[in-house]
Every structure is written in structure tokens, then in C-alpha cells.
Design a binder for this molecule. Structure first.
Ligand code: CO
Ligand code: CO
Length: 314
């Protein structure tokens, strides 16, 4: 869709829209670059405060995925003319609480009337121009580390169908509420080469973008991948979000999956995530250091020379 747009020619644009990166990056000075991103969506949980907080964690994530530090944000709101104002206030409070936790100041925002509620933020952060973590940059020999468990889309679908256990829903919400800040700090303690956050296109959709931008193949060991409790069972029972099938249609031609990988595991590799984890490509020693510093992080594979497919799963 973006292909017909005029190319931006400005030496200060360090990351533009051409590489499907998490955020745009614009150099202000040799020491400082702006990181800018925007994300908003319709309610994904019943509780309005929780929805606001998840929307904030999700919007902030794209700044962390560039190795940046969020500074300011603007809220974006669509709300029905006759919508419940208490719910609206709770959404704004939930978002504000998460922004405070991230040390990111809300400067203002904009709202429109719409039958379907939507909420999110535009977030601005900073990063050193030499330490921008784009999709391109993964190197052969790197380890791949991931920082959250997969399955928020499947669990949301199971919830809508009335088959999700309460403790599984709470674990999914807890994961979506977790800021990627600590994961980002652990990643920045060493020398990371590339990073993206895993969101709407699923683990393989975002991994594909990293592999393509870096011109390498990612080898994913699915036995190391971690899933939210309940996610594999619900996938087996057919609680498959529409977005999962779209992701599979779009990405599977770039992916080789060994026949030993279970069908429900393969499905979850395409599950659209809300406020998902960081996928990081970094040298082996830095992977050890990152995991020691952020124990929720774990290895999921390695980077190998570009083969016939962008991703191999076994
Ligand atoms: Co992203
Ligand atoms: Co993004």
C-alpha cells in the first residue's frame, strides 16, 4: 500500500517507512534522534482501565523495539456519542497509569465521535543515532532471543467463544500489560544487532521482516518457544483468530516448517499478538548476558546465511 508514495529524501531520516520497521527514526543531532510511532485499536478486554493500560504498553513497545527511550505521547480516541463516560474515564486512567510507569509524559491528544470505540497513542522517544535497532542488522552467527510467551490472540478468541479459563485470561492480560522497558534495557546492556516487537503479524510475520531486511535466514527451534498457559489447548480446539489465518496466508510461502512441528504450535507462530515481546538478534555472549539480566527472555533460534526460505522452523 505504501509502495506508491514518494520516497523521502532527507539525510536525517535514519529509518523511514520503506523497511516495515517498528517506528520511524529522525536524526536531530550527532547524539540524538527522534523515534516516532502510533498505534490504536478496538477494545480487546472487558475492563476499560485494563484496556487503556494495554493500549499504552502496546504503543510504547515500538519505541523499545528500536532501542529507544519513550519521552512523550499523545492519546488518540474514538468514542460513541452516547458511550458510557465512566468507561471512557477508566480507559484514560488506565493509559495514564501505564504511561507514568514508563516515565512517558502525556502531552495531549485528539478525539472523534465514532460508533466503535478505539484508543491508543502516538509516542515519541529518543535514541542515540549509532544505537538504533532496526529490522536490518541481524548477522549470521547471532542468537535469537524472545522476551514474552505467545498466544494472546488465540486466548482472546477463546474468551469470545466462552471456552477460556479465567486463569488463562489473566495470564494473557498480565503479559499484555508488561512493558518491554526492562527487556529493552537488558538488550541494550550488550551489543544487539537487530530488534522488533512481535505484534499483529505474529511471531513469523515479524521474524520474516527481520530476515528480509537483514538478508539472512532465521532458524527457529520451536521446542524452545514458550506459550501462554491454555494457548496450545485452545488452538487445538479451533479458537483461531481471523488475523492468524491472514498472517499464515501472507507469510507461509517464506517459511519452511519441519513435519515434526505440531499443528497447534505452527498455528501459534502466526498468532497476532497484542503488546507482544521483543525478538532480538545478538551475539551469543550478549544473549547470555541479556537473559541473565532479564530472566523472562529465552533463546528461540539462530541466524544462518540466506537460504531458499527466510525462516526455517524445526
Ligand atoms: Co512493532
Ligand atoms: Co509497530
Amino acid at each position: 500500500m505504501l509502495a506508491g508514495l514518494p520516497r523521502v529524501i532527507d539525510a536525517n531520516v535514519l529509518v523511514g517507512f520503506e523497511t516495515s520497521d517498528d517506528a520511524g527514526v529522525y536524526k536531530l543531532s550527532p547524539e540524538c534522534a527522534l523515534v516516532q510511532t502510533v498505534d490504536f485499536f478496538t477494545p480487546i478486554v472487558d475492563d476499560p482501565f485494563t484496556f487503556g493500560a494495554i493500549a499504552a504498553a502496546n504503543a510504547l513497545s515500538d519505541v523499545y523495539a528500536m532501542g529507544g527511550k519513550p519521552l512523550t505521547s499523545l492519546s488518540i480516541l474514538a468514542w460513541p456519542a452516547k458511550g458510557d463516560l465512566d468507561d471512557l474515564q477508566q480507559i484514560l486512567r488506565g493509559g495514564a497509569a501505564k504511561m507514568i510507569e514508563a516515565g512517558c509524559v502525556i502531552l495531549g491528544g485528539h478525539s472523534v465521535t465514532d460508533d466503535e470505540p478505539k484508543f491508543g497513542y502516538a509516542v515519541t522517544g529518543i535514541v542515540h543515532p549509532d544505537r538504533v535497532l532496526a529490522n536490518a542488522g541481524a548477522r549470521v552467527g547471532d542468537a535469537l532471543v524472545f522476551t514474552k510467551r505467545l498466544g494472546t490472540g488465540v486466548i482472546s478468541t477463546a474468551l469470545k467463544r466462552g471456552i477460556a479459563a479465567e486463569e488463562h485470561v489473566s495470564a494473557s492480560i498480565e503479559s499484555m500489560l508488561t512493558l518491554n522497558r526492562a527487556a529493552c534495557e537488558a538488550m541494550l546492556a550488550g551489543v544487539a544487532h537487530a530488534c522488533t516487537d512481535v505484534t499483529g503479524f505474529g511471531f513469523l510475520g515479524h521474524a520474516r521482516e527481520m530476515a528480509a531486511a537483514s538478508d539472512v535466514t532465521l532458524r527457529i527451534d520451536t521446542s524452545q518457544l514458550q506459550f501462554l498457559p491454555g494457548a496450545l489447548e485452545y488452538a487445538k480446539q479451533g479458537a483461531i483468530p481471523g488475523g492468524l489465518n491472514n498472517n499464515r496466508d501472507f507469510v507461509s510461502c517464506h517459511v519452511g516448517v519441519h513435519e515434526s512441528v505440531a499443528k497447534e504450535v505452527e498455528s501459534l507462530l502466526y498468532d497476532p499478538q497484542t503488546s507482544g515481546g521483543l525478538l532480538v538478534s545478538l551475539p551469543e555472549a550478549d544473549a547470555d548476558a541479556m537473559i541473565a539480566c532479564y530472566p523472562l527472555a529465552y533463546r528461540v533460534g539462530i541466524v544462518v546465511p540466506r537460504g531458499p526460505r527466510l525462516i526455517d522452523c524445526y
